[in-house]
Design a protein around this ligand. Structure first.
Ligand code: PMP
Length: 446
């Protein structure tokens, strides 16, 4: 083995010895990233990768964006003291901009350090406001790793306990590929899910606090119901006074191209009551938050602080990142380059015998894999494609209820050339994985 090869093996062994067994890592031989620029990252062994996952969508604009680096460095050189006990110019400015962008009237903003903490806060608000610990969530959902957010996570692969303090009712609506409603049209699917919601509410034990939903399920494999489904849900919720929480941790900031927020594909019934965000806004800094109508945000009857939420350094970086995103119309770029990437992936999929479906919009695209020539989900294929893509210099993600969906979510500044480079590498990786699975590469099963 080379010197860097054995140094890597030693680091991996130490990682395995001291970090928990349940901490998921990608690849049989996990990657140690050392630096990045634009849409590319490099590992400790000098390999370059085109980044089609952005650390689960945390790299929103670009790697090592000079504007963000400058803002963070400037702030770090002045003061690192952090506390919500004092005023912060950039926290106020960032909150004002997010309140205005959120679409929620009379909005208040609270900063957190993660998506989990943002969703916990949203649940704290909704359950306190409604005086009920009963919540509705979508099947196949993922909302975080804390005790309460695990309780609303429907994806059992990410839900290690059933002892959550919340009582959760899971409604259909996130997954159309499989299950009892898979054969329905958009309108029929929407009606079936609304009927399911009404049925659940009929069984609920008194007051229900809120429905929380990802407009496009992230960990769930980039799946979603038809546009307007959540608006149809909201019309039912409004009759009962139930709050709508939109989890925009993956779908926010123009990621889906057509809309700035995922909820805007469902805006016919008006804005949500609570919106949560994280990941991309910090471009890698630990930043999340909650936006809510003032009446809901202010329902807590006791003091609260966050020592690190909205710190000068994360808000300075996030402000620079958001400014860059808006000034360069990266939502428009996500729509245009994402549309082209989608077309390339559709073409690649048509030549593959292991792709069942390409889905998603903007720069949030999922590819569902099956065993060659069948309709059976293949997590083995997804693992093989990830490894084969890495060998070809491409990083992608995976997910889905059965672990058989590829997740593609590059930084929103992706260029056309890079989209084509990535699609070509993915095409090769799919062919290599299919060959590995032992079947001849021929006509698609889509
Ligand atoms: N909500 C969604 C939709 C997510 O995808 C995630 C993270 N994968 C979270 C919440 C939790 O965010 P964090 O990991 O920052 O706690």
């Amino acid at each position: 083995a080379t010197a860097t090869g054995s140094a890597h093996a030693a680091l991996h062994a130490r990682h395995q010895a001291v970090l928990p067994d349940w901490l998921a890592t990608y690849y049989a031989r996990p990657i140690e990233l050392t630096h990045g620029a634009g849409r590319y990252v490099w590992d400790a062994e000098g390999n370059r990768y085109l980044d089609f996952f952005g650390g689960i969508l945390t790299t929103m604009t670009a790697h090592a964006l000079p504007e963000v680096t400058a803002a963070v460095t400037e702030q770090a050189g002045r003061i690192l003291h952090t506390s919500t006990l004092y005023l912060s110019r950039q926290a106020v400015e960032l909150a004002e901009r997010i309140a205005q962008l959120s679409g929620i009237p009379d909005a208040r903003v609270f900063f957190t350090t993660s998506g989990t903490e943002a969703n916990d806060t949203a649940l704290l608000l909704a359950t306190t406001y409604r005086r009920s610990n009963q919540v509705l969530a979508l099947r196949n959902s993922y909302h975080g790793r804390s005790f309460t957010s695990i309780g609303i996570t429907g994806n059992s692969a990410w839900s290690p306990t059933s002892l959550s303090p919340l009582q959760t009712l899971y409604v259909h609506g996130g997954v159309r590929t499989r299950g009892p409603y898979a054969h329905l049209t958009d309108a029929e699917f929407t009606d079936a899910c609304v009927a399911d919601l009404e049925d659940l509410l009929g069984q609920a034990n008194g007051t229900v606090a809120a429905l929380i939903a990802e407009p496009v399920q992230g960990v769930g494999g980039f799946t979603s119901g038809p546009d307007g489904l959540l608006a149809a849900f909201k019309r039912v919720l409004d009759r009962h006074g139930i709050l709508w929480i939109t989890d925009e941790v993956q779908t926010g900031w123009g990621r889906t191209g057509d809309h700035f927020w995922g909820w805007q594909a469902h805006d016919q019934a008006g804005p949500p009551d609570i919106l949560t965000f994280a990941k991309g806004i910090g471009n890698g800094l630990s930043m999340g938050g909650v936006v809510a109508r003032a009446e809901v945000m202010n329902c807590l009857g006791a003091n609260s602080i966050s020592t690190f939420g909205g710190s000068p350094i994360t808000t300075a970086g996030a402000l620079a990142n958001l400014t860059y995103l808006l000034d360069h119309d990266l939502q428009g770029n996500a729509r245009r380059v994402g549309g082209l990437l989608r077309a390339r992936l559709d073409a690649v999929a048509a030549r593959s015998g292991i792709v069942r479906e390409v889905r998603g919009r903007g720069l949030m695209l999922g590819v569902e894999l099956v065993e060659p020539g069948t309709d059976t989900p293949s997590p083995a294929a997804a693992a093989l494609v990830l490894e084969a893509a890495r060998e070809r210099g491409l990083l992608i993600g995976k997910g889905g209820r059965d672990g058989n969906a590829l997740r593609i979510a590059p930084p929103l500044s992706l260029t056309v050339t890079e989209a084509e480079e990535g699609a070509a590498a993915l095409g090769e990786a799919l062919a290599a994985a299919q060959a590995e699975l032992g079947k001849p590469a021929e006509g698609g099963t889509r």
